[in-house]
Design a protein around this ligand. Structure first.
Ligand SMILES: Nc1nc2c(ncn2[C@@H]2O[C@H](COP(=O)(O)OP(=O)(O)OP(=O)(O)O)[C@@H](O)[C@H]2O)c(=O)[nH]1
Length: 560
């Protein structure tokens, strides 16, 4: 008894493995193992396995509603892929047992997805595939049944799975009337199923169906007749419909009507069937046909009526399966179109994102371009301003001496004179011209002449004030406008100029050539505030100084 079995020495993982392995074959041991596991301290994954075994146990007891709720809860919470697969296998079986096809399909779909996460070589992977093949065959979706079954057939497995693969594949192929390499697949299936207590007869039944399809009735009789004895006096209905229907059909093909009649009479003791309702209905039809031929019309009619009833039952069941399948397909295709819609939306979002990104890149590029433009513009403005300043400087200053040139002097002097006139300020103007300058050029060269001009400007500038305006107004002619000064200071400054010019030696080393200049002076009292007049009068005074022997100053004398 289970109570006497002692599992206390077995490690929990091993105990779980054994329980899972024997779950369908030994219910007493399973009960004891579950009891042992319930008494132990388990980790998260082990708790998952125990819940699965408890749920499985409920299915064995036919407590499908309880099993379903604990299995669905476990499906949601387990983190073990193996437990999730086992749970969905059980759910597929629970929904098959309760003919809940749409839920069965959704569990089958989950299982299909889950097994892709199992290694291809995993036994659980193969077992799940067989469960799927069986489920799809069961709901008469034989293409899917065949596809799944073929996956395991191709693995060429030995044992239970190899046998199951052959049965499932041939079952689907028979219903699809797919041509098979009959000899090879029949031999393989029969040999892999021989010795399998529960599967040997089903394998023979499925092979017999193949023989019926290929019209080889004697082979059916040879294969199945020895098994008839198992059904004598037995109340089991498992395989009962199939064996009697197949033998009856074979006998009819062999023209052995009496044997066929015997088979069909036994078959029609059944008025319902869980699995093979279609074959049971067809059995009634075959017998009705025989009775009709025997002239037992009333019996034939009654059998026909029963046939139609069973046929209707079968069609109802088949229709509910087909409807469930269509519904599930529709839900899948809805989900797929939802996924497609999401995908499309994603693409759209991605495109928008790309556009935005492009926009952002453009913006960034634009900003960079703008920055560069601003920078270049700044550079340009800065440069052009400095060029302008340089140009202005060029136009304002004498290139050789770096003091104001004539045009700048005229502009500034006009403004200053007008200011002075307005404010009744005194102004004086000194014009001076270097003496015998041509001789410097001629004797010491033009470059020496330039140097002399630069020295004169430099020396004179050192003796001017901030408000004085010194300029080179001609080749060797300079001009000084003194603001707020009377002629007394003008004479003082002129004498200072005379002195510093004397210190400039135009000659080359060893040849002394002291520079001199002739100065003409005037002021606002003599010449007014008009620039032209001031310049003219000062010029006249210069001429006077030159005429008087040079190297001297002359104050403008209006009378002369
Ligand atoms: N080296 C040099 N010579 C210049 C420059 N501008 C004018 N001259 C020269 O200055 C000389 C002026 O000569 P003139 O007008 O005859 O006068 P001067 O020789 O000074 O004689 P007086 O004025 O009568 O004393 C000319 O030979 C011009 O070539 C200049 O920028 N550099």
């Amino acid at each position: 008894t289970p109570e006497q079995q002692d599992y206390s020495h077995i490690a929990t993982p091993d105990l779980i493995d054994s329980a899972v392995a024997l779950r369908s074959s030994n219910i007493e041991q399973l009960t004891a193992m579950i009891a042992e596991l319930e008494s132990r301290q388990l980790n998260g994954a082990e708790v998952s396995y125990l819940s699965y075994l408890q749920s499985y146990y409920l299915t064995l007891q036919g407590r499908f509603a309880e099993a379903e709720s604990s299995l669905t809860a476990l499906a949601d919470e387990t983190r073990s892929i193996n437990v999730a697969v086992l749970v969905n296998i059980s759910l597929v079986n629970v929904y098959t047992a309760t003919a809940n096809w749409s839920k069965g399909l959704s569990a089958a779909n989950k299982l299909t997805k889950l097994i892709t996460r199992l290694p291809e070589s995993d036994n659980l992977h193969h077992y799940s595939t067989a469960i799927l093949a069986q489920f799809f065959n069961n709901i008469e979706q034989y293409e899917l049944g065949y596809k799944n079954a073929q996956k395991i057939v191709e693995l060429d497995l030995k044992g239970r799975l190899g046998c199951a693969a052959g049965i499932l594949s041939m079952n689907a192929a028979n219903n699809l009337e797919i041509p098979l390499n009959d000899k090879s697949i029949i031999d393989t299936t029969l040999s892999s199923c021989s010795g399998m207590e529960l599967l040997y007869l089903p394998s023979k039944l499925i092979v017999s169906e193949r023989y019926l399809l290929t019209k080889q009735p004697q082979l059916i009789v040879d294969l199945l007749e020895p098994h008839l004895v198992e059904f004598e006096g037995s109340d089991t209905v498992l395989n009962f419909v199939e064996i009697h229907y197949l033998l009856a059909s074979a006998y009819l093909q062999l023209n052995q009507v009496a044997q066929a009649e015997a088979m069909l009479e036994r078959l029609t003791t059944l008025t319902e069937a869980d699995v093979n309702l279609a074959k049971l209905a067809d059995g009634y039809l075959l017998l009705a046909d025989i009775r009709q031929n025997q002239g037992r019309t009333e019996q034939a009619l009654s059998l026909m009526r029963q046939h139609l009833q069973l046929r209707e039952q079968y069609l109802n069941k088949a229709t509910s399966k087909r409807l469930a399948y269509q519904l599930a397909q529709q839900q899948i295709s809805e989900k797929e179109s939802e996924i497609q819609a999401l995908h499309d939306k994603n693409e759209l979002l991605k495109t928008q994102e790309d556009l935005l990104e492009a926009q952002r890149t453009n913006d960034r590029q634009f900003i960079v371009a703008l920055c560069i433009t601003v920078f270049l513009l700044g550079m340009f403005l800065y440069r052009s301003r400095s060029i302008q300043q340089k140009l202005k400087q060029l136009s304002a200053f004498d290139g050789l001496t770096a003091i104001h040139n004539r045009s700048q002097f005229m502009r500034l002097a006009e403004r200053a004179l007008s200011y002075a006139e307005d404010n009744k300020q005194a102004v004086s103007l000194v014009l001076f011209d270097l003496d015998q300058f041509q001789k410097v050029n001629d004797t010491y060269g033009h470059a020496r002449g330039d140097w002399v001009l630069q020295q004169v400007a430099k020396a004179c500038q050192q003796h001017t004030r901030r408000n004085d305006l010194l300029a080179r107004t001609g080749g060797e002619e300079f001009c000084l406008l003194l603001l707020g000064c009377n002629d007394k200071r003008a004479i003082e400054v002129t004498e200072k100029f005379q002195q510093v010019i004397h210190t400039i030696d135009a000659g080359s080393p060893g040849f002394e050539a002291t520079m001199t200049a002739s100065f003409g002076i005037t002021d606002n009292r003599l010449s007014g505030y008009g620039l032209d007049r001031l310049l003219g009068d000062a010029g006249a005074a210069v001429k006077m100084a030159k005429a008087n022997g040079r190297d001297q100053l002359a104050v403008f004398a209006p009378d002369k």
